[in-house]
Design a protein around this ligand. Structure first.
Ligand code: ZN
Length: 255
């Protein structure tokens, strides 16, 4: 992974907020490294005895760092000129947050910067991601996570559709595929993103996951097994136009 030694990340790397979360994160990395990408089903599962919210929190921080690094790798190729709108194939994304009254079109680098800054602000917010391990999490935690993962997905979708050739030239395609595969297994295990949102990368997902996709979609997943029970409603919230009190939209072009 020499190309990543350049240490180019879009956002500064976020540390886990608590020593125990750091251990859980290291456990996750170790499991991934030991099992290899062939056993993703196992790697994303909630470890026995752990709290599902803590597992979500730890992984959200790790995915944030990973995506920040992946996008950082191609950020010099993703400019207002090369990518004047945030898109993934036929899909065009508009940005909205509490500061915007209605969704606005912006360039891909602006969109990704807004998106990652927004996730960063959620990770920094102690009322959403508590500092101490085993704290109580807000009722809307799963819903907020769904919005975060829905938005993370869009960065992957843009990279694959607009910058895959550059990723290949940099020799980073195998790494991108492994990161995305891990991300998708996690998303499906915890029912974090509505299937409609996944359309721009549907073929890739199907070929990467094969029969595991059906397995994950038909099973309750760790989220249900752990008694969180919010899987279905979280997936519904992810597709809701006001998930997390904020909105953005996917607009499919007519032609
Ligand atoms: Zn771009």
């Amino acid at each position: 992974m020499n190309i990543f030694n350049r240490n180019k990340t879009l956002k500064p790397t976020k540390a886990q907020k608590d020593g125990k979360r750091k251990e859980l994160s290291q456990f996750a990395q170790h499991t991934l490294a030991t099992l290899g990408s062939g056993s993703m089903l196992q790697a994303v599962k909630l470890p026995r005895g752990e709290d599902v919210n803590e597992w979500l929190a730890v992984n959200t921080t790790d995915f944030f760092n990973e995506i920040s690094m992946l996008y950082g790798t191609i950020s010099e190729y993703c400019s207002n000129a090369s990518c004047p709108v945030m898109s993934a194939g036929e899909c065009r994304y508009l940005w909205a947050d509490k500061k915007t009254t209605k969704p606005v079109e912006c360039s891909a680098p602006e969109y990704v910067d807004n998106l990652m800054s927004w996730v960063e602000s959620q990770l920094n917010d102690e009322t959403v991601f508590p500092i101490k391990f085993d704290s109580s999490y807000p009722k809307k935690f799963k819903e907020i996570c769904s919005t975060i993962y829905k938005r993370f997905f869009r960065v992957y979708a843009h990279i694959y559709h607009a910058h895959f050739k550059q990723i290949q030239t940099l020799g980073a395609d195998a790494h991108l595929n492994t990161c995305f595969k891990h991300f998708m297994y996690f998303v499906l295990e915890f029912k974090l993103v509505d299937s409609k949102e996944l359309t721009p990368l549907q073929e890739l997902i199907d070929s990467m996951m094969g029969q595991d996709k059906q397995k994950l979609m038909s099973q309750g997943g760790s989220a249900a097994a752990a008694g969180a029970g919010a899987g279905a409603s979280a997936a519904a919230a992810a597709s809701s136009p006001v998930a997390g009190g904020e909105d953005d939209a996917c607009v499919v072009k007519n032609n």
